[in-house]
Design a protein around this ligand. Structure first.
Ligand code: GUN
Ligand code: ZN
Length: 440
């Protein structure tokens, strides 16, 4: 069955960090997106293609901007309840708030309710894909994937591994972690749109034996992801190097166990040497830039220009990192990214920002063939945004003619969206062609 969406479309066909921005953007002032069985059949100018699809039912959104669903490159579904918890820096905050809350996920029903709320919140924010931390409990993974599968959302998640430096009630063992992860990989990796990530929390909470086991799982199941934290906080780095005295730097700790791969997602990567960045680049790994979290915990300023250098390019996505992050809105997160970069004399244009939320995020998560833009054959995850939601936004954007006709106006309106937008601007969220969220 065919379905259509009509309105102003914007997506990316290339990386504006390396190519002329205007050549990377695809903008259709009056476009028609045709969807067949959850997959994109065609995107074209309405007047050029509508006659081919005369009996297709069309949702029309005049005045709104239509983008590919947003991609959150790093977030913890288990930490929603402790978002905005007053504390010290990372390690203290983990002990005071995160670990006690994650203990509750031993209860499948608690985990399932949290997963359901979390996924609905993502949809309310226009986020259709995320790389998600669960907890050490396998039932927290089953609960998450059950809910995600029910919504047919493309999600990456996996069981957290921790066998030391955490409260006893959250520890697993190498053997147990291996067996449970293997069962979960077999059950969920490639089940519908679900994808599995082998998820050692970070180097501090895993022994070498456990990290090696994680590497072994990646060898046995080459299609799975590796998802962990890296170089977020200076005390974390000091303790890591104390615990792994044979390693010259943090990346080396993961390299030694075969965890630095082209399907590895490293959250943060704030304090990385040139050599470490270069090795991530060579491996084809991705870093999740999580500005609200990095500011909230006082972790530091991520150097995006270094990660996106031409010489040693590293894939970058944007993560909300809730509960250290203070919002699930990737629009609010872009606003903070802009400021974090401004403090380092770097600029984040609107096109670069929205690229990171869509095609850039998809590339970082090795999902470019499936999501990230409106190319034919991709899965139809779509977000519809209203740039004039609040009275301030109406005032800010009142001088733009509708529909937008030139790329400068588009860029300006997008920039205002990234600075002023939040979940209120999200009008509809489509997942695989179906409306899963609708603003009242
Ligand atoms: N490093 C290890 N675990 C965590 C976590 O839960 N949140 C953040 N921000 N960093 C971490
Ligand atoms: Zn995190």
């Amino acid at each position: 069955m065919l379905k259509g969406i009509r309105g102003m479309f914007l997506d990316f066909v290339d990386d504006p960090f390396y190519e002329d921005e205007k050549k990377c953007v695809r903008f259709l002032a009056d476009g028609l997106l045709v969807i067949e069985n959850g997959t994109i059949k065609e995107l074209g100018l309405y007047e050029n293609i509508f006659s081919k699809y005369r009996n297709c039912q069309v949702d029309h959104y005049p005045g709104y901007l239509i983008l590919p669903g947003f991609i959150d490159a790093h977030v913890h579904y288990s930490q929603m309840k402790i978002i905005a918890s007053y504390g010290k820096k990372l390690l203290d905050w983990l002990g005071s708030y995160v670990f006690p809350e994650e203990n509750k996920f031993k209860d499948y029903e608690y985990a399932r309710a949290a997963a359901s709320l979390f996924l609905d919140e993502l949809l309310r924010n226009g986020t259709t894909t995320a790389a998600v931390f669960t907890t050490v409990h396998p039932q927290s993974v089953d609960a998450f994937f059950e809910e995600s599968n029910k919504r047919d959302m493309r999600m990456i998640a996996g069981k957290v591994m921790m066998d030391r430096q955490a409260p006893h009630y959250l520890l697993d063992t190498t053997e147990q972690s291996y067996e449970e992860s293997k069962r979960l990989i077999r059950k969920w990796h490639g089940n519908g749109r679900q994808l599995y990530a082998v998820t050692p929390r970070f180097a501090i909470t895993s022994t070498r034996q456990q990290l090696n086991m994680a590497g072994r799982l990646k060898e046995e199941f080459p299609g799975v992801y590796i998802h962990t934290h890296l170089a977020e906080n200076v005390d974390e780095i000091r303790l890591t190097l104390d615990l792994f005295p044979d390693c010259a730097d943090y990346v080396k700790v993961y390299e030694e166990s075969g965890l630095v791969t082209d399907k590895s997602i490293f959250a943060h990567g704030i304090h990385l040497s040139d050599s470490e960045m270069k090795r991530l680049s060579k491996a084809g790994s991705a870093v999740a830039f999580c500005p609200t979290s990095n500011l909230f915990l006082g972790s530091g300023l991520f150097n995006l220009a270094k990660a996106k250098s031409r010489a040693n390019p590293v894939h970058v996505g944007v993560g909300t990192d809730v509960g250290a992050g203070t919002t699930l809105s990737l629009l609010r997160t872009l606003d903070e990214a802009y400021k974090v970069l401004g403090l380092q004399n770097q600029k984040l244009s609107a096109f670069k920002g929205f690229y990171l939320l869509t095609l850039g995020g998809a590339r970082g998560l090795s999902l470019e063939g499936k999501i990230g833009n409106f190319d034919a054959g991709k899965e139809a995850d779509v977000v519809v945004l209203d740039p004039r939601t609040t009275s301030l936004q109406q005032h800010r954007n009142s001088h733009h003619p509708q529909p937008l006709s030139n790329i400068r106006d588009v860029s300006e309106q997008l920039f205002a969206l990234m600075c002023l937008g939040d979940e209120r601007v999200v009008v509809k969220t489509y997942v695989a062609g179906s409306v899963l969220y609708s603003r009242n």
